[in-house]
Design a protein around this ligand. Structure first.
Ligand code: 3H9
Length: 707
């Protein structure tokens, strides 16, 4: 017998005396109000059917379920709530079996934990990833998981939010058995074993949890030290500790903690980041089929070229790396080999994957060998003359239909494309260093770039596990353009009275892994100086220019690699601010006649963030980025913006246009050239619009039309 509901969210079926409920809500069976209501009703129907002796829940599609519907977060709760549905399952007089395949995350695992028996199929991953969304399991997971695994393992799984493979889940007691069969058959098999008495079905809520003070204390110390800025992991620990209470008291305690986090900014930031990662794929060209690519070439055996070659090899492609200087070919080859060994060690590659990647890789100085490549990525030094000369040669060598990409981080991709007779095949693919680790790729679409070249770039980036973001052509594209203004705000704060260590500390307390001056030391002060020197001729005379970094460079202090920069280093570890650099700052303030002002950590964050937001607003106005959320993705996945803050545009919405305008106008009293209110911000204030409202749909901008 089959009975599909009108919306077909669940399908009820019977197999003899077993009733089956199939969850069917593409793409991921998210347990929003409609699906959980349908499960509740289906369960009740089977409870009321005297011919049914056991019930099996399983999922249609790739997964059992991805958990609660994240899109519902922040909205009012609608009954039946997930805790209510799960309580009814746990109290069910008939045994209920959860048959899990693919993934069972968050609320989905909580649903399974409330059943009386759990069977998994090979390849299943389970987990309670709520802390990664600034939450804790809010439907009994923190009470029922420890009832099966004990406190210590539950703390590890819940407070880290990590995935657990089927084998570990079995060993930990989360699964009762693994059956190598489709989930439906596995569920029926398990239910039959329960009915015949060979398996025991248990009411999870009836179990008790032993205290474990040592594990709790150790976890509290570890979590407080690791991510002190985050509230969710410690609150999750509190919720797990409540599992030693009677079940209803524990559930109430857990729910209270969950609702507290749901209302917080950490949850808003992390959920925004979750969707930002996925939103960037919505581009005007999205319906155009990509070209097939199998063989790739990378030109340039420096750090970028080596990193890009590595990520392509890890992604399964055949890669030729070309280093024009024959005496550097060996070093480039070794660097890729070392990166692949690192990927193997980190588990990014299996033994077999590592062996295969090594056979798919060649490195030489022979540019002619790229003739058959489907896509060539240029990663030579930032010099327009060198790049246009190379693209001219590639145009002559490469087969028709090959895509020619540049990894430039600033230069004009239109000018590079014009050096070829096939500008429609030219695109920017701006990877971030180290390219085999960093997830952002700016896909820079030039005036003539063909739509299928854009979709090919997006498909490639997704296959590599990257976050591709569509950008238009301008100096610095999205990320470096915003970075420049953020750095300038920090440099001006330094001149005006905040010490560089104070500025770094304030931004690190906000959530950046490193402040801007520590980052400069890491990147090498000489590198940034070379960029400033390149831009010196075009810098407006009215622009305020801080010479501090240049003066530090003049001492031969280039940062970490020379043992001193803004900070002093011992074996690569910072030991404290460099007194010499502090003297340079003081002398420069005196030379300019500046009386040091006092800035609180909040002032520092406000200025740096406002500078970022103002530039980001211009990037949107000019159509360089499609949407505000693309800017957040750039900052989160390429520039270390704290994930729990969601990105500068989410922050801008939290601050509001009125306050942002007031801030800029106040700062402008001292420096009207740098601090200017973008016209879009004024329109937003007038029309009471938020950046979030500009995020919907694939958008067509002036520069980004799908043809
Ligand atoms: C929770 O359960 C709270 C409870 O404790 C308490 C309740 C009271 N909801 O990632 P993909 C969308 S918290 C809504 O590209 P994949 C996703 O946005 C939840 N939508 O596919 C995308 O949409 P679009 C705990 C969701 O195969 C589409 O589905 N659960 C959800 O690479 C495909 O996703 C988690 O944190 C959701 N829960 O990966 C699990 N999940 O196409 C989060 C996905 O419009 N999800 N979408 O851009 C994942 O980890 C991955 O999505 C998953 C699939 C591994 C499932």
């Amino acid at each position: 017998m089959k009975d599909a509901s009108p919306q077909a969210l669940v399908e009820i079926e019977t197999d003899g005396d077993i009733g089956l409920i199939r969850l069917s809500k593409p793409p991921v069976n998210a347990l929003g109000v409609a699906l959980r209501g349908a499960v509740h009703a289906a369960h009740q129907t089977l409870q009321d059917d005297p011919a049914i002796r056991a019930i099996v829940l399983y999922g249609a599609g790739r997964f059992f379920s991805a958990g609660a519907d994240i899109k519902d977060f922040g909205k009012a709760d609608v009954e039946p709530t997930l805790p209510q549905v799960l309580k009814a399952l746990n109290n069910s007089p008939k045994p209920v079996v959860a048959a899990l395949h693919g993934v069972a995350f968050g609320g989905a695992l909580e649903l399974a934990l409330a059943c009386h028996l759990r069977v998994g199929v090979p390849g299943l991953r389970v987990g309670l990833p709520e802390v990664k969304l600034g939450l804790l399991p809010g439907a009994g997971g923190a009470q029922r998981l420890p009832r099966l695994t004990g406190l210590s393992r539950a703390i590890d799984i819940i407070c880290s939010g990590r995935d657990v493979a089927a084998e570990e889940a079995l060993e930990a007691g989360i699964l009762d058995l693994i059956i190598d069969a489709p989930a439906r058959d596995a569920g029926i098999d398990a239910a039959r074993q329960v009915l015949s008495g060979t398996l025991t079905a248990l009411q999870t809520d009836s179990l008790q949890v032993a205290e474990d003070d040592a594990s709790v204390t150790a976890a509290r110390q570890r979590l407080a030290a690791k991510r002190p800025a985050l509230a969710a992991p410690l609150k999750a620990l509190e919720a797990v500790c409540a599992a030693t209470l009677p079940i209803d008291e524990g559930l109430a305690r857990e729910r209270g903690l969950f609702m507290g986090l749901m209302a917080g900014e950490e949850r808003a930031g992390l959920v925004h980041a979750f969707f930002a990662e996925r939103a960037t794929g919505r581009i005007p060209e999205q319906d155009v089929p990509p070209r097939d690519i199998a063989q790739l070439a990378v030109i340039g055996g420096g750090t970028m070229g080596v990193g890009i070659a590595t990520t392509l090899l890890i992604g399964g492609y055949e890669v030729r790396l070309i280093e024009a200087q024959s005496d550097r070919v060996g070093a480039a080859q070794e660097a890729v080999t070392a990166n692949l060994a690192g990927a193997l060690k980190r588990g990014k590659l299996s033994e077999a994957g590592h062996a295969a990647a090594s056979t798919r890789f060649t490195c030489s100085d022979a540019l002619d060998t790229v003739a058959e490549a489907d896509l060539v990525i240029e990663a030579i030094f930032e010099d327009m003359g060198a790049k246009t000369a190379l693209f001219g040669r590639l145009d002559a060598i490469c087969k028709p239909g090959a895509i020619l990409a540049t990894n430039t981080s600033y230069l004009d991709v239109n000018e590079i494309a014009a050096a070829t007779a096939r500008p429609e095949d030219v695109i920017g693919l701006h990877f971030f260093s180290p390219a085999h680790i960093m997830r952002l790729v700016e896909v820079v679409v030039a005036d003539a770039t063909a739509p299928e070249v854009v979709t090919t770039a997006f498909a490639l980036a997704r296959k590599l596990g990257k976050v591709p973001v569509r950008a238009g052509v301008c100096d610095g594209f999205i990320g470096n353009r915003i970075l420049t203004q953020y750095r300038r705000a920090a440099d001006y704060l330094l001149l005006d009275g905040a010490d560089f260590a104070e500025i770094d500390a304030a931004l690190e307390a906000f959530g950046f892994a490193m402040g801007p001056f520590a980052v400069s030391d890491l990147a090498g002060l000489d590198i940034a100086k070379a960029t400033r020197d390149r831009k010196a001729a075009t810098r407006p005379a009215s622009e305020r220019y801080s010479r501090v970094a240049d003066l530090i460079c003049d001492q031969g202090w280039y940062g970490r690699k020379t043992g001193q920069g803004y900070y002093l280093y011992d074996n690569g570890k910072a030991t404290g601010p460099n007194p010499g650099a502090m003297e340079i700052v003081k002398a420069e303030r005196q030379a300019l006649g500046l009386r040091p002002q006092r800035f609180t950590p909040d002032d520092i964050v406000a200025r740096c963030l406002t500078a970022m937001i103002a530039e980001a607003t211009r990037v949107i106005e000019e159509g360089i980025a499609l949407r505000p959320v693309d800017i957040d993705a750039v900052e989160l996945f390429g520039y270390g913006f704290p994930r729990h803050r969601g990105g500068p545009m989410l922050q801008a919405d939290l601050i509001g246009p009125e306050t942002l305008i007031q801030r800029i106008e106040t700062y402008a009293k001292d420096d009207p050239q740098f601090w200017q209110v973008p016209a879009l911000l004024r329109r937003m204030q007038r029309d009471k619009r938020s950046f979030a409202e500009m995020n919907s749909g694939p958008k067509t901008t002036e520069k980004g039309q799908a043809s």
